[in-house]
Design a binder for this molecule. Structure first.
Ligand SMILES: Nc1ncnc2c1ncn2[C@@H]1O[C@H](COP(=O)(O)OP(=O)(O)OP(=O)(O)O)[C@@H](O)[C@H]1O
Length: 285
C-alpha cells in the first residue's frame, strides 16, 4: 500500500511536459520473499510506483529495508514473488535491454582502457570501431573524462572509474537508467561533485533515472521525487516531491529549502533506522 503525503506539491506550471504513452517503468504490487515457511523473510512488500519519462526518482531507506532487492527485481536480475514490473508496456522476466544498470561495485574491465570500456556495449552490437569510438568519446566528455581515453582503470581514482561505468551504461542509450548506490564507496566531497555531473547529464539527456541510495543529501540534490522505504518489510512509507528549481548544482545543499526537505526526510528515516537497529540488537537483523 502506498501512503502518499507529499511535502511540496507546487510544481511550476509547464515545468514538465505531460507524459504521453505508457510510463517508462511501472512497478505494480511487487513483493519479494526469501525462503519458505516460518523462516521466510519478506524483503519487499507490495511496492507500487511509476517512473515518468525524464524523471529522476530516488529510493531511500535504512540498511536492510530492501533497496537492493528492489533494484535486483527491477533490473530483472531476480524474480518477483508477486507483482509485476513493466518497462513501457512489456512485463519483464529478466534483464530488459531498455534498462541500463550501474552497480555499486566497481564494474570497469581492468584490461580495457577508458574508451574501450565505454565502447563495449556498442562493440557487442557490432558497431564499427570508428563509430563506437566516436560515440564513446561523446559520453566520456559528458562525464568529464576528456583526455583520459587511453588510461586503464587502475590509473584512475574510484570516482573516475564510476564515471567510466556511467558513461558505458549511457553509451547503450538505455531508456531507463538504474543505479544502485553508485557513489557509496566515495568520500563526501567526491559524491557531491559527482552529483553535479549526474545533474548535468540529466539536464542534457533528460534521462529517466531510478537511483537507490541511503544518502539523504544525494537523494534531495538529484531527485524530482523520493520514495522513502520503511524498515522490514520494505514498503513505500512516503513519497516526497522535491520542488527545488532546476538546473541544480551542488550549491543547492546550502539553501534553507534543501535543509528543510532533508530534515523532513530524516524524521521518517530516523524512525525506520532506529527500528532496524533495535531489531539487529535483539538479534533479528
Ligand atoms: N538472497 C537473499 N537471501 C535471503 N535474504 C536476503 C537475500 N538478499 C537480501 N536478503 C535480506 O532481505 C533484506 C533486505 O536486504 P537488501 O539488501 O535488499 O536491503 P538494503 O536496503 O539494500 O540494505 P543495505 O542498505 O544495507 O544494502 C535483508 O534482511 C537481507 O538480509
Amino acid at each position: 500500500m502506498i501512503a502518499e503525503r507529499d511535502i511540496a506539491t507546487s510544481v511550476a506550471p509547464g515545468a514538465k511536459p505531460a507524459p504521453s504513452g505508457p510510463p517508462p517503468l511501472t512497478v505494480e504490487n511487487v513483493t519479494k520473499r526469501f525462503g519458505e515457511g516460518p523462516t521466510a523473510l519478506t524483503a519487499v512488500d507490495s511496492v507500487s510506483f511509476t517512473l515518468d519519462a525524464g524523471e529522476f526518482v530516488s529510493v531511500i531507506g535504512p540498511s536492510g529495508c530492501g533497496k537492493s532487492t528492489l533494484f535486483h527485481v527491477i533490473g530483472g536480475l531476480s524474480d518477483v514473488t508477486q507483482g509485476i514490473v513493466r518497462v513501457e508496456n512489456e512485463t519483464i522476466n529478466g534483464p530488459h535491454p531498455a534498462v541500463g544498470i550501474v552497480f555499486q561495485e566497481e564494474s570497469t574491465f581492468p584490461w580495457r582502457n577508458v574508451i574501450d570500456n565505454v565502447a563495449f556495449p556498442l562493440e557487442l552490437r557490432g558497431v564499427s570501431r570508428s563509430e563506437r569510438h566516436a560515440a564513446a568519446s561523446h559520453y566520456i566528455d559528458m562525464v568529464g573524462l576528456h583526455g583520459f581515453e587511453k588510461r586503464l582503470p587502475s590509473e584512475l581514482s574510484g570516482g573516475m572509474r564510476q564515471r567510466v561505468s556511467i558513461a558505458r551504461t549511457l553509451a547503450a542509450k538505455p531508456r531507463i537508467l538504474l543505479m544502485d548506490e553508485p557513489f557509496a564507496a566515495l568520500d563526501e566531497q567526491t559524491r557531491l561533485l559527482l552529483g553535479d555531473k549526474v545533474l548535468q547529464i540529466q539536464q542534457q539527456l533528460k534521462q529517466t533515472t531510478l537511483l537507490i541510495t541511503h544518502s539523504i543529501t544525494e537523494a534531495v540534490q538529484l531527485s524530482d521525487r523520493i520514495l522513502i522505504m520503511s524498515y522490514r518489510p520494505g514498503r513505500i512509507k512516503r513519497i516526497v516531491n522535491v520542488d527545488l528549481p532546476r538546473p541544480r548544482t551542488s550549491d543547492v545543499v546550502s539553501s534553507p529549502e534543501f535543509g528543510a526537505i532533508v530534515a523532513d526526510i530524516w524524521a521518517d528515516l530516523r524512525e525506520e533506522a532506529s527500528r532496524g537497529l533495535q531489531e539487529s540488537e535483539r538479534g533479528q537483523g
